[in-house]
Design a protein around this ligand. Structure first.
Ligand code: SAM
Length: 317
């Protein structure tokens, strides 16, 4: 289920400074057909001058932690924060009220998960929304090959632009539902999800995307323990082991991020996963990232980050 911490919107309402050059100016965005209905409902929100927002740097109270989790990729994380707070807000993927807490609630909260990933792991992020946790992980851990799986076109369009803008060459954006893309993402070492669905549903969607011995890492809230108890039997039937809680970022953030880890113990074909290979399509525009191999969102209910290399000076992800 959606984590109530993540608020309304794909991420919640926001703020912003001028976006990277590849993103349209706010005025041109507002004129685009098909997007207005997805913009924030309040006209005051919609017309807010996001160009006044600056979240390129983390707030002082979390600056040390952000520097620890992103290391030399901190500036890239700032560029992702800025994209969320500008284009993400304008496109209705992030609620404007999320802007002041983008770093703490979204970027850092997702980045601390990085400690759970083996070097070079293949990752599928299910229900990426505006890039949480997938883009954040790609920024914090450029060694990971990440596929972002997201069914909604306006979200995959945003993700594709972010991946291109930040030069995240090991990230692929795939439009489709998790249960429809089985034949297209290979067998991942790790499948991630944040604020996408309850544990039983997640296990049914995500475990088929992992190799046997691979893991589902679901970023959950305070009710994780309860959710595990309610869904333990369903998870076992779906081929998962006993769900375990991993607390990430202990000593850095309080409270630490709660991640439910489920090891895939055996293959069990469920529902539409039987129709392997149906449905999914590479997100349009095949950016450098879109073409890259890999396995690996912030809507009003959740959110996450990167940095920009710029077209002529792109950083590699
Ligand atoms: C509440 S949003 C969370 C987005 C992002 N993970 C975050 O934390 O900000 C849930 C996302 O899951 C996507 N979603 C819903 N059902 C899905 C499915 N079966 N497969 C893949 N994604 C799905 C939605 O389109 C939406 O972008």
């Amino acid at each position: 289920m959606t984590d109530p911490r993540f608020g309304a919107g794909d991420l919640g309402p926001g703020v912003a400074t001028p976006g990277p050059s590849s993103f349209p100016a706010p005025s041109s965005y507002a004129d685009r057909p098909g997007l207005a209905q997805n913009a924030p409902s309040s006209s005051a929100e919609a017309s807010r001058d996001v160009s006044a927002v600056d979240v390129l740097r983390p707030p002082a109270e979390i600056a040390d932690v952000a520097a620890r989790v992103f290391g030399d990729r901190l500036a890239l994380a700032g560029e992702f924060a800025q994209l969320l707070a500008t284009e993400g807000v304008l496109r209705g993927l992030v609620g404007p009220r999320e802007t002041p807490r983008i770093w703490e609630r979204h970027l850092v909260n997702c980045a601390v998960m990085a400690e759970l990933f083996p070097i070079g792991a293949s990752v599928v992020d299910v229900g990426s929304g505006a890039g949480l946790p997938g883009i954040v992980l790609a920024v914090a851990r450029p060694d990971l090959g990440i596929t972002l799986v997201e069914p909604l076109a306006r979200r995959t369009a945003f993700l594709t632009e972010v991946v291109d803008e930040l030069g995240l060459d090991r990230v692929t954006v795939l439009r489709g539902r998790a249960e429809e893309v089985l034949g297209q993402v290979g067998e991942a070492d790790v499948v991630t999800a944040r604020a996408v669905a309850a544990l039983d549903k997640l296990a049914g969607w995500c475990l088929p995307l992992a190799r046997v011995g691979g893991r589902l890492l679901a970023l959950k809230g305070a009710s994780a323990e309860e959710e595990i108890e309610e869904n333990r039997i369903a998870v076992e039937r779906l081929g998962g082991g006993v769900p375990e809680i991993r607390l990430c970022g202990a000593g850095l953030i309080d409270p630490p991020a709660t991640v439910v880890e489920i090891v895939k113990e055996r293959d069990v074909l469920v529902g539409r996963a039987r129709a392997a290979g149906s449905g999914g399509r590479r997100a349009g525009g095949a950016t450098g990232a879109g073409r890259a191999a890999g396995s690996g969102g912030a809507g009003r209910s959740a959110g996450s980050g990167g940095g920009r290399g710029g077209r002529g000076n792109r950083r590699r992800g």
